[in-house]
Design a protein around this ligand. Structure first.
Ligand code: SAH
Length: 222
């Protein structure tokens, strides 16, 4: 995703109630301190403008969602769209909050076992081998996810990038922390895995260009 720096986006984010500030202070108490309940916590890492969570969260009021992106300019777009939908459609986003953060810092803001599910959708492919460590499905990131996920928690990953997907399957297979519970190279043709599928912005864009969408579901081994 190519990004322009939008001057002032940090200030506007500071004023937005949907955006969690000083997230490290919530560590270990997200559901109680942020959402005021003890519901399961699911996060999306690299949510972009947030279409996926804006669709998913209202369907699951029994789950708390946190959308994470490292760019404030992207997060600002997500905030604007949330506020517009709240105003125009009366959508209730009580169970959705946003966080401007790099995935590298996950263990600073979530305590061990605090997260019950992770979504990675259309993560940056970093095609060069020397950048492989930056891919969000590299061994180092899988190890970070293992630290914050609860036993039996899920990790779902969608992409149209076959090279990134093959790499991710390989790393998942090699990981002692996760088992692969399902995988497909063409999600939209897979009657079982596609049931109830919530498309992301990138998913709509790439499938309209006839790219098949790959998906894998991992489960954290107890
Ligand atoms: N999930 C969205 C957007 C995909 S683009 C969709 O499917 O439509 C990938 C997004 O991941 C970008 O917004 C980028 O800023 C974010 N991202 C990439 N690396 C990240 C990291 N290390 N930590 C947090 N966000 C990251």
């Amino acid at each position: 995703m190519r990004l322009r720096h939008i001057p002032g986006s940090e200030n506007e984010l500071d004023a937005a109630p949907e955006v969690i500030k000083h997230a490290y202070l919530k560590k270990g108490k997200w559901s109680a301190a942020v959402f005021g309940n003890n519901q399961p916590l699911h996060i999306e890492i690299g949510m972009g403008k947030g279409q996926f969570l804006r669709s998913l969260a209202p369907l699951h009021p029994e789950i708390n969602y946190v959308g994470i992106d490292r760019y404030s300019s992207v997060l600002l777009k997500a905030v604007e769209r949330m506020e517009r939908e709240e105003k125009e459609n009366g959508t209730d986003f009580d169970n959705l909050r946003l966080l401007c953060m790099d995935a590298r810092s996950l263990t600073d803001v979530f305590s061990p076992g605090e997260v019950d599910g992770i979504y990675l959708n259309f993560s940056d492919p970093w095609p060069k081998k020397r950048h492989a460590h930056r891919r969000l499905t590299s061994d180092a990131y899988l190890a970070l996810y293992d630290q914050i996920l609860s036993a039996g928690a899920f990790l779902e990953f969608k992409t149209d990038d076959r090279n990134l997907f093959d790499y991710s399957l390989e790393r998942a297979e090699a990981s002692p922390a996760f088992e692969i519970t399902a995988a497909t190279f063409d999600l939209h043709q897979d009657a079982v895995l596609n049931r109830g599928n919530v498309p992301t912005e990138y998913e709509e864009k790439f499938s309209s260009m006839d790219h098949p969408i790959c998906k894998m579901i991992l489960r954290k081994i107890l």
